[in-house]
Write a protein that binds this ligand. Structure first.
Ligand SMILES: NC(=O)c1ccc[n+]([C@@H]2O[C@H](COP(=O)([O-])OP(=O)(O)OC[C@H]3O[C@@H](n4cnc5c(N)ncnc54)[C@H](O)[C@@H]3O)[C@@H](O)[C@H]2O)c1
Length: 335
């Protein structure tokens, strides 16, 4: 079997995850080109795969590479760096997997989605949780249960390391940057939302103190209420002010006859009057995500991934609507 030749744009933290979960082990994949403005990162990535084609950024990569030299691209760059990256991949007809959030500009996202559709290009967004065995069980439980109920979702912790994370203008806010994973999970479980209402608070985290950037200006916490069809209402909370012990993170779903407690990427507890089952995670969801994308590239089948670009954009758009509600104080009616 011929190897799928892969190029990497961005060699930071998340690409490291794709490397250790996937590229280090996939026998039918060969990393052939890498790009990152940070020299030590691109040099380290190039050395890891014995690659000579190491570029300073995406522009240099696209100046030298084409569909003849690359079968697929993985893109993991900061949210504000998506300046012509996916557009160039589409123009050259190179399938790509891009990390969320793929843009902070809804209009750019829509333009890219249209261009991807016109070319029928294979794409994927890094919504790894759709490939979790635990979320597959949650989905099967929800699909087979009587419709309706309350859902509580939470992603509460500290402030992640990258410089761009601490400013709302460069990360989009914790909801869009991080909790978009659970937002995407809600869409996967319940379909498209009817409305969102959101609030946000600041003032608990002090810029310039305890290792926090002096430029920190993102929300310390936010709460979104999302209405779905079939009498489902979800409350999704995000917080980045917590140090030390971490509160519950994941989804707590109250069905009529059972409770599902999905503990973020760790385990799933299912409680019924008769029994309590505690199911541990058994898969590496990033490896499964990357495998699905590579298989889709090989098959030339855009539908063979769980989160193609256009679908991933819908999860972003729900977060954009929530951000709008945080600003205006008004609910956003989506349909
Ligand atoms: N799916 C997930 O679970 C998951 C997990 C972590 C991060 N992410 C997402 O992945 C993205 C990257 O996050 P990260 O933690 O790796 O950030 P990071 O800051 O560690 O790495 C980003 C890298 O991109 C490089 N870069 C920027 N512009 C570039 C360009 N034009 N061409 C080539 N390289 C460029 C930077 O120099 C940097 O090394 C973010 O959008 C983040 O939200 C997703």
């Amino acid at each position: 079997m011929e190897k799928i030749r892969v190029g990497l744009i961005g060699c930071g933290g998340r690409m490291g995850g794709h490397m250790s979960s996937s590229f280090d082990h996939m026998e039918d994949v060969q990393v052939v080109a890498v790009a990152d403005p940070i020299e030590e990162r691109r040099v380290a990535a190039a050395a890891r795969y014995g690659v000579r084609r190491a570029y300073r950024d995406h522009s240099e990569l696209f100046a030298h590479e084409s569909r003849e030299t690359l079968d697929a691209l993985f893109i993991a760059i900061e949210p504000t760096a998506h300046k012509g990256v996916e557009e160039a991949a589409v123009e050259k007809g190179i399938p790509f997997l891009v990390e969320k959030p793929m843009t902070l500009d809804p209009e750019q996202g829509r333009r890219i989605a249209r261009a991807v559709a016109e070319k029928n290009l294979v794409t994927a967004v890094g919504f790894q949780d759709r490939y979790l065995d635990l979320m597959e069980i949650v989905k099967a439980e929800v699909d087979s249960a009587p419709k309706g109920g309350l859902v509580y979702g939470a992603w509460i912790g500290g402030i992640p390391g990258p410089w761009w994370w601490q400013k709302k203008s460069t990360c989009g806010g914790q909801l869009l940057e991080q909790n978009v994973h659970l937002m995407d999970g809600l869409r996967w479980l319940y379909g498209e939302a009817i409305s969102v209402y959101a609030t946000a608070s600041r003032g608990m985290v002090t810029p310039g103190v305890d290792g926090v950037s002096p430029e920190y200006d993102t929300d310390d916490h936010s709460t979104v209420v999302i209405r779905f069809d079939n009498n489902v209402t979800a409350t999704l909370v995000s917080g980045c002010y917590v140090r030390g012990s971490r509160p519950f993170c994941g989804l707590a779903i109250s069905l009529k006859d059972r409770v599902l407690e999905y503990h973020l990427r760790n385990n799933l507890v299912i409680r019924t009057p008769a029994e309590t089952r505690d199911i541990p995670r058994r898969v590496d969801q990033t490896a499964r995500l990357d495998r699905a994308f590579i298989d889709a590239v090989r098959a030339g089948d855009p539908a063979a991934v769980r989160s193609p670009y256009a679908d991933g954009l819908k999860s972003l758009e729900l977060c954009f609507a929530a951000n709008q509600s945080m600003e205006s104080g008004q609910a956003v009616i989506l349909r």
